[in-house]
Design a protein around this ligand. Sequence first.
Ligand SMILES: Cc1ncc(COP(=O)(O)O)c(C=O)c1O
Length: 421
Amino acid sequence: MFALAEKFLPGAGLGGYALSPEGRFVFQRGKGARLWDVEGREYIDYVCGAGALIAGHAHPAVTAAVREQAALGGHMFGVLNETAIRLAERLVCDIPCAEKVLYATTGSEATAYAMRLARASTGREKIIKFEGAYHGNHDYALVSTFPRSVGNYPYGRADTGGQPLGVRESIVVAPYNDLATTTRLAEEQREDLAGIIVEPVQRIVRGEEDFLAGLRALCDRLGCLLLFDEVVTGFRLAYGGAHAALGITPDLASFGKVVGGSGPLAAVVGRAEVIDLADPGRKGETDAVYVNGTLHGNPMAARMTLAVLDILQPRGVLEDLDKLTADFCVEAQKIFDRHSVSARALCVGSMWQFLFTDKVPRSYADILASDMGSARRLDEALLREGHYVLPGVRRFFSIAHGQAEAEETLTALDGICHKLF
Ligand SMILES: Cc1ncc(COP(=O)(O)O)c(C=O)c1O
């Protein structure tokens, strides 16, 4: 399989991650919280489709949704389909900031549309993004996402070759959880500022309530839009999105992963007057926003999403998932402390990560200052023992995980700490 992959895929990978040649494997199938590779080796899956698979692999209700819709036709392009309307109604009902819904195919597309809508509705160009924030794979997102050094605000660093300079110049980079600096940068750019895009939880760093509420007030004062990137947090941190729990209403919010049900669907939701700029009947008007895609409103993914939302909505489901994660991190911390390993088991909701640091990180700078080499060695050891984590990347629990998985991983962690540190 590797020989084939090397021949046809760059770096024998799928674009994002490269494992060391001796540690590579190829997945064949998944069920619940587990994955199996082509050699039959079993893994506990903590990557969970980058967070998309909150219901685990091959959940019977999701599989049934796919089967039913596939039998009815997998996609209809161009005009409406019934399932896409049903899902839009559900999203508006369940997401506090959603008055209307604009479909996209991926989270990246959803953040790109949110930025475009902000520019069109304000007639201004610049967007503030936070250092270390990931908003997807498009040029406007790939500025100072994983810079090797921090600071030099408002100037961003390109995270990709091939990025036009003008794109980078339209992005103002600010430090996360630092309202004073963000306010200063926003005021300096006030004539040109279309919006601020922010993740309510940036990687494993919780957005502080004062900071997020301060951004809301700042956007109101400067007449620009607050864009929440809820691609990861949407329906994971809280049903309806992190902003449902925070009580902060962004103008627009981008959803993906859980919204999509792990299929090809994402969405921008928010204020009707802004979303209506994408009304296809307005094409040709100066501020009309072009939004279109072959798979937009894909009924298969819409059905999968409805199935996943039904699973997540009952009271207690997300709370239990958060508790499983929090308990896991408490036990992991005890293991680190017992072995005098200077690591922290961090979690926010059902997202978690081990970082070698002496303080709870508040920003990308804090993460960069942590001992990433030790974290990598630990993560690679977990991976070798069949606990699927991507080294250095935040990970997830799904509702298919239970005590058995948590305990297996904690036992492995204990052994690894004993051997490695
Ligand atoms: C916060 C956030 N925004 C946007 C994206 C992009 O989503 P996608 O990979 O579906 O394009 C991601 C993907 O991981 C993400 O974590």
